[in-house]
Design a protein around this ligand. Structure first.
Ligand code: GDP
Ligand code: CA
Length: 308
């Protein structure tokens, strides 16, 4: 089976690990959000692409989910010595990824080709596809005005109440041919439990992406990152409210119903199954927390079987 997954960063990568380990003989292509990419210190940083890449390379930091295991931060200290406000945590080895990406993009490479090259060098045997080669930037409006996504998320630690979200450049962006081919040829399309507003949202906002998924013969299945009325981690709940959806699996079903067949929710939300099914979706409940590899594999198997 050809598994195609839509993914953001740390949360989604937990399920990607499960799919990777549980289905070694199937193809796996991951379409990754790039709307929280940022240029800092002259470096092109793609946080979600790198999280997926390090995860599939088996070298991600198990404590944080982002960055490289055992990385050091001397480079950031040097940035501070030079008087730079180094609020975005970049490890020393991680910095080399950004350096090479920046150099290869400057030499005319596309984000798709650069990502493929970096991933292959790291020994990744799976396909990692940026959603687009064009520049898309998520911004969050707060009481103080519009903030670039990493400013809101990392620098200010998502402490501001989000009031609105936009993806600047999305309307002019195109999905890559590689992304469109993967979707058309997919045997199953899985939306990982990534942030619906700022990880899965930007992917679907790109013109033609939604139609490509709707036109694809593959069944679609999503895992909820929301349990009860809270995100498992991070500000997905507040961001869903900011864009007009209830931060529950019912709200998520409302948000995803234009393209989704099956929603996998946590067992604690089994009482919302009726609402989900009244929207025309199939609801499947299981334990959706992924604290360890066994849980990631078990959920990955459940998701693929739920879609069939
Ligand atoms: P980011 O780009 O690094 O913020 O990561 P993602 O967008 O891929 O994932 C963030 C989402 O993952 C959050 O909304 C969390 O609620 C969700 N999440 C994190 N861990 C888990 C888990 O173990 N199970 C489920 N179902 N969701 C999770
Ligand atoms: Ca992200």
């Amino acid at each position: 089976v050809k598994i195609v997954a839509l993914c953001g960063g740390v949360g989604g990568s937990k399920l990607i690990t499960g799919l990777h380990l549980e289905f070694p003989d199937d193809t796996l292509a991951v379409i990754v959000n790039t709307a929280d990419d940022v240029i800092l210190h002259g470096l092109n940083i793609s946080p979600d692409l790198d999280t997926v890449m390090y995860t599939l390379a088996g070298s991600s930091n198990p404590n944080t989910g982002w960055g490289l295991e055992g990385d050091t931060f001397h480079g950031l200290e040097m940035m501070r010595t030079y008087g730079h406000d180094a609020w975005f945590k970049i490890g020393d080895r991680d910095m080399v990824t950004h350096l090479l990406r920046t150099a290869q993009l400057a030499a005319g490479g596309t984000l798709t080709s650069v990502t493929a090259d970096l991933a292959q060098r790291l020994g990744v045997g799976r396909t990692i596809l940026p959603m687009t080669n064009d520049r898309v930037v998520t911004r969050v409006r707060t009481r103080g005005g519009w903030l670039d996504f990493q400013d809101y998320f990392v620098r200010r630690g998502h402490t501001d109440r989000p009031l609105a979200v936009e993806h600047v450049g999305a309307a002019q962006a195109s999905p890559t041919p590689q992304v469109l081919d993967a979707i058309a040829e997919a045997g199953i399309i899985v939306a990982a439990p990534s942030n619906p507003v700022v990880s899965i949202g930007p992917i679907l906002t790109i013109p033609r992406m939604l139609d490509a998924i709707r036109d694809a013969p593959a069944p679609t299945v999503a895992v909820s990152p929301i349990i009860g009325s809270r995100s498992v981690t991070g500000p997905a709940d507040a961001l869903m409210q900011a864009v007009g959806f209830e931060p529950t699996v019912a709200g998520l079903a409302e948000m995803y119903k234009p393209w989704l067949d099956t929603l996998v929710v946590d067992s604690r939300d089994i009482n919302r199954a009726g609402e989900i099914e009244s929207l025309g979706l199939i609801s499947k409940a299981t334990d959706t927390l992924m604290p360890d590899v066994a849980a990631k594999r078990r959920l990955a198997r459940f998701v693929v079987e739920a879609a069939r």
